[in-house]
Design a binder for this molecule. Structure first.
Ligand code: ATP
Length: 236
């Protein structure tokens, strides 16, 4: 098990946003966490990355209890989140943003080859490597955020709503890229409102409703689950 949440609860002051969440991500998997607006998807990501302290339960990563570890220490252990809303540096170039992603790494040759791999995955970023990141389109910025996360060479890539605000064609593209990254060996936990696309590429998935996991299964099982179809896939 690479990541395991056991009975995790999280509070915003007195409001309980997560109720004893348990979930697992195995090495090599794509796991999706789907749910409506306000279900607690982003909050789950904050619990995992350490941006919010958990109120109860435990989080294990790569064989260790990280429940009380600072966010930067979790990054060093190989947890990397590409944040919702992108969080790139708008005044820096595409290349500089990607290099920032690798700032904790000492393996120069590895960094150079990963940079090439990212430019192969995202030809748009290669074309725009000298352009200020803030002047690119939303879709391009989203791709940059994913690329930057990959540059840190994480053991687990956390993606928060990678399709948010993208045009349908770009949404397909970003999911195809996530699938490809996974096939190259990266383990991915992706949080998505776009359940259809996420379930298509996920080995397994969890459904979150008002801070509780209400269902789990393989991506395929959930894609064909009548209740999931009705609630999340727009099929009556
Ligand atoms: P969205 O897709 O809209 O971001 P989500 O599934 O990611 O939805 P969260 O953002 O995790 O949902 O929110 C879960 C619950 O926690 C919501 O009821 C929300 O209002 C509440 N919440 C989130 N952030 C805070 C905060 N900083 N302070 C207080 N309540 C919060």
């Amino acid at each position: 098990m690479l990541l395991e949440l056991r009975g995790v609860s999280l509070f915003y002051n007195r409001i309980q946003a997560l109720h004893e969440i348990s979930l697992e991500v195995d090495q090599g998997e794509v796991v999706a966490l789907i749910g409506a607006n306000g279900a607690g998807k982003t909050t789950t990501m904050r619990a995992i990355s350490g941006l919010r302290p958990i109120g109860a339960g435990a989080i294990h990563f790569d064989g260790q209890d990280i429940s009380r570890l600072r966010p930067d220490k979790r990054v060093i252990r190989g947890l990397c989140q590409s944040p919702e809303g992108r969080g790139i540096f708008p005044g820096m170039t595409v290349l500089e943003n990607l290099e920032m992603g690798a700032y904790t790494r000492r393996d120069r040759a590895g960094v150079a080859s990963d940079l090439n791999r990212i430019f192969e995955l995202f030809p748009r970023l290669a074309e725009r490597r000298r352009q200020a990141a803030g002047t690119m389109s939303g879709g391009e910025q989203q791709m940059l955020a994913v690329g930057r996360a990959l540059m840190s060479k994480p053991k687990l890539l956390l993606l928060d709503e990678p399709s948010m605000g993208l045009a349908p064609m770009l949404i397909q593209q970003i999911f195809a890229i996530i699938k490809e990254i996974n096939q190259q060996g990266m383990t991915v936990l992706v949080v998505e409102q776009n359940a259809q696309q996420a379930l298509k590429i996920a080995h397994r998935a969890y459904v979150l409703e008002t801070g509780r996991i209400v269902k789990s299964g393989t991506g395929d099982e959930l894609l064909h689950d009548p209740a999931v179809k009705e609630a999340y896939l727009g099929v009556a």
